[in-house]
Design a protein around this ligand. Sequence first.
Ligand code: HEC
Length: 256
Amino acid sequence: MYRKSILCAVVLALALMKGLCMAQPTDWPPGGPKYLYVKPTKKPPHHGVYDKGMKCLDCHKWDGTDAYTSATMAIKKTKTGRAPREVVEKAILETLKGKGDYREIYMLSTSFDNKPLATVIEFVIDPKTFTMYAVSEKQTEKLFHIAANPNVSLAYVKQREDYMYFEGALGVQIVGKAQQLKGTDPGFEEAARVYIPTLPLPKPAPTIPQPPTVDMLIEAIRGGKIITKVVPERMVIMNRKFKDEGYHAVQIWERQ
Ligand code: HEC
């Protein structure tokens, strides 16, 4: 009996230890694991500018588990180095303007059941509202993801032939909410009117009146396609050229 209870105690202790060793992310202290933080002992010479009187710990400290603890969001705590909103908006549109029609290729991140999926997809951004539109074939994986979880993120990077992606970094990261529009939904037509004129016209065929009007093309996609509308909540632009103007290379835009 005595032996048995010792055995039980040992088994229980081992089970507990195993539990501790296999600590899951949820067991982390507020702010996440310490190894992800910068130790503000010495400021490197290339460090970004910030307001006079700010202390290192104003930015380099534990703020609770949210994105605002991250390096990017720490920049929001200083006025120095932040570009005015109009400058940030102009720079984002300039970066995403494509051939002038605001259609560009992105990486779209969705998630289903906590498992992420990154999909390469074209979006058109409306330069007046920053709302983004994409047209997709039905029954594709990303559409099931979005139906289950409308939280999405997009990334655009300016491709470089010289591969100088660090020195010449230019890209935009977007976080927003996605909405699915089918042909019968209000808003489908409005979205299609932004997207369709940016597409090359279909090859001439005897069955298609030449040139096909936007209205005809909208009817052609109404039944078979889904329009994904993304309303950005936060856009972060990384442009090393900002540094020449005394700004941070990273600038943040948030919906007001
Ligand atoms: C306004 C917020 C802010 C303040 C104040 C601040 N930092 Fe930082 N620091 C950042 C951000 C953001 C980064 C991430 C790198 C980047 O975006 O350039 C960073 C990065 C660093 C790094 C890593 C840099 C690298 O390239 O590896 C060190 C070290 C550092 N800071 C030290 C300090 C010290 C020391 C002070 C005070 C004297 C200080 N910081 C004050 C925002 C701040």
